[in-house]
Design a binder for this molecule. Structure first.
Ligand SMILES: Cc1ncc(C[n+]2csc(CCOP(=O)(O)OP(=O)(O)O)c2C)c(N)n1
Ligand SMILES: [Mg+2]
Length: 550
């Protein structure tokens, strides 16, 4: 039976278990859009390709299976590159399908022509162009295999418009076969020996390819060995923050006491993480290439092992397989470091207790305290980049897997599309987006997507009328010389209402709780604007203090 290229693409996606796609349509891939219509795949029509790609990233992040995004050539593809870069840096499986110009017009710089195999090679794990519709099953299977294996990442497939119209005979699409890597028994035994002689061990979790099972498994291991566990930057959902082994967030603005513990550890077990610039405090916590700590590095991709840090024991395995193999290790009756683990957890609890006071009429400390007491353990929190995110990262005590979607690439604007995608995936769970006034306006138009698909997310816009992070850096480096960081904003509550959502404005701390409860009760996508004093730039220091110290 002959089918069009467009139909074969959709068939191959379905064969690989795809249930949803995000897109902005384009005339370049009408045949795919047509095949999607009766496919049973849910199609989320978005307002800008950057947001659409970020939604696919969030699906990949929260399911471990590639999130799928479809965009048109040229401007559609360049817009989508914002989300592609997030997925690349964050090791997220994702497939971006780009409608391409016809094969007969290539290399003339035709309308919206881009050669993606040149342009996107750095942003993607693999960029492929399907020139022959009969090869669609081959390319799509490979796209899934590449996106999910080793260190996961985004794959780009470009689809020439005329290829999608060809009617061909092609083999029936089959699902890809996931690739697993297991640790060897001698490697686990070597780790056991290292633990026997360690005095100041520490575990740091990060990366992707985790699951509820592996998160529970590492918790049991930490418990058995009384090991202190930290989470890498924006990977906080990997360990219950109220567990007695939890030592804190190894990220931006790390607790200096925790940074010291990482530096002075004699055995560091780095599980899943690349320990890149942000978690390593700009590469100062471990020496390169020879760390002072004895290093056990476990990563699913051999090319990440020995790339920056030379490990004493390098294990090529995904967290899932590594954790499953740990059961055979015998714990000492009374680990000598148990007291240290307890005091590290106590230090974490103190560090993550919000301040009661700060400048202005709205206090973020008590607001965070209220959120902690009044949101379910499985609520999902999303954010982009900005100083406002510190309130979430430092004071929210993550307790469950799949409760966080945040870009380690520091991409502003990620929080809102991520919240839309998370709510689509888990409609029964509360989804709360933290955004700054700068951040929100980058992909705020996806609030219309939340309205269209009836996804009642709650967005907190923490409005200090500036690109606060950059202003903070300015006050440090060029005190008193404010340049290009002030903002003029819309009335965010009115904006929410104009879209058909629920809007609230918080001007005093005590306004927050009733505003949040009304937003939740509205059953609509909501924006709560929190008017924050610009002086309240960090939980501990004001802008003026930073300027005066410069
Ligand atoms: C897409 C993107 N553009 C620019 C930056 C640089 N940047 C980092 S934080 C920031 C300001 C964020 O402002 P806002 O969202 O209002 O948060 P605030 O720091 O004020 O709390 C900027 C411009 C970035 N990280 N990402
Ligand atoms: Mg701001």
């Amino acid at each position: 039976m002959k089918r069009t290229g467009g139909a074969l693409i959709v068939e191959a996606l379905k064969a690989n278990g795809v249930e949803r796609v995000s897109c902005v349509p384009g005339e370049s891939y009408l045949a795919v859009l047509d095949a999607l219509k009766d496919s049973g795949i849910e199609t989320l029509v978005c307002r800008q390709e950057g947001g659409a790609a970020m939604m696919a990233d969030t699906w990949g992040r929260l399911t471990g299976k590639p999130g799928i995004c479809m965009v048109t050539r040229g401007p559609g593809a360049t817009n989508a590159s914002a989300g592609l870069h997030v997925a690349k840096q964050d090791s997220i499986p994702m497939i971006l399908l780009i409608g391409q110009i016809g094969r007969d017009m290539k290399e003339r710089e035709a309308f919206q022509e881009v050669e993606y195999r040149r342009a996107f090679t750095e942003f993607a794990k693999w960029v492929g162009e399907i020139d022959d519709a009969r090869r669609i099953p081959e390319f799509v299977t490979r796209a899934f295999a590449v996106a999910t294996s080793g260190r996961p990442g985004p794959v780009v497939l470009t689809l020439p418009e005329d290829m999608l119209l060809d009617e061909v005979e092609a083999p029936e699409a089959k699902p890809h076969t996931p690739v697993e890597a297991h640790p060897g028994p001698s490697q686990i035994a070597a780790l056991g020996e290292m633990l026997k002689t360690a005095k100041r061990p520490m575990v740091v979790l990060g990366g992707t390819r985790w699951s509820e099972t592996s998160v529970a498994g590492i918790e049991a291991f930490a418990e058995k060995f009384k090991l202190p566990v930290g989470c890498s930057f924006r990977r906080q959902m990997l360990f219950d923050h109220l567990h007695p082994s939890y030592a804190g967030d190894v990220g931006i603005g790390i607790n200096p006491a925790l940074a010291r513990e990482v530096k002075e550890a004699d055995l560091l077990i780095l599980l899943g993480s690349r320990f890149s610039e942000m978690p390593s405090s700009s590469y100062t916590l471990m020496d390169i290439p020879y760390p002072a700590q004895k290093l056990v590095h476990i990563h699913p991709d051999p090319s990440e092992l020995g790339r920056v840090y030379r490990a004493d024991l390098a294990i090529c395995a995904a967290p899932e397989e590594f954790v499953a193999a740990l059961g055979i290790l015998e714990a000492p009756a009374a680990p000598t470091w148990a007291g240290r683990t307890e005091s590290m957890h106590a230090a974490y609890l103190a560090w993550s207790t919000p301040p009661k006071a700060g400048p202005g009429a709205v206090q973020m400390g008590p607001i965070m305290e209220w959120i902690e007491a009044n949101t379910p353990k499985d609520a999902i929190f999303t954010n982009g980049a900005g100083n406002y995110a510190t309130w979430l990262h430092r004071f929210h005590r993550f307790q469950a897997f799949n409760t966080q979607a945040a870009p380690t690439s520091g991409s502003m604007g990620y929080g809102l599309p991520a919240a839309v995608a998370a709510k689509q995936l888990f409609p029964e769970r509360e989804v709360i987006c933290f955004a700054g006034d700068g951040c929100f306006m980058m992909h705020g138009q996806e609030f219309a997507t939340a309205i269209r698909y009836n996804l009642p997310i709650i967005t907190l816009v923490i409005n200090n009328s500036m690109y606060g992070t950059i202003r903070m850096h300015q006050e440090r480096e060029y005190p008193g010389r404010v340049s290009a960081t002030d903002l003029t904003n819309p009335d965010f509550a009115a904006l929410a209402k104009a879209y058909g959502g629920h809007g609230e404005t918080v001007e005093k701390t005590e306004d927050f709780a009733p505003a949040f409860l009304r937003a939740r009760a509205s059953g609509k996508p909501a924006i709560i604007e929190i008017k924050l004093d610009p002086e309240a730039i960090t939980p501990s220091r004001t802008l003026t203090q930073i300027r005066n110290k410069a």
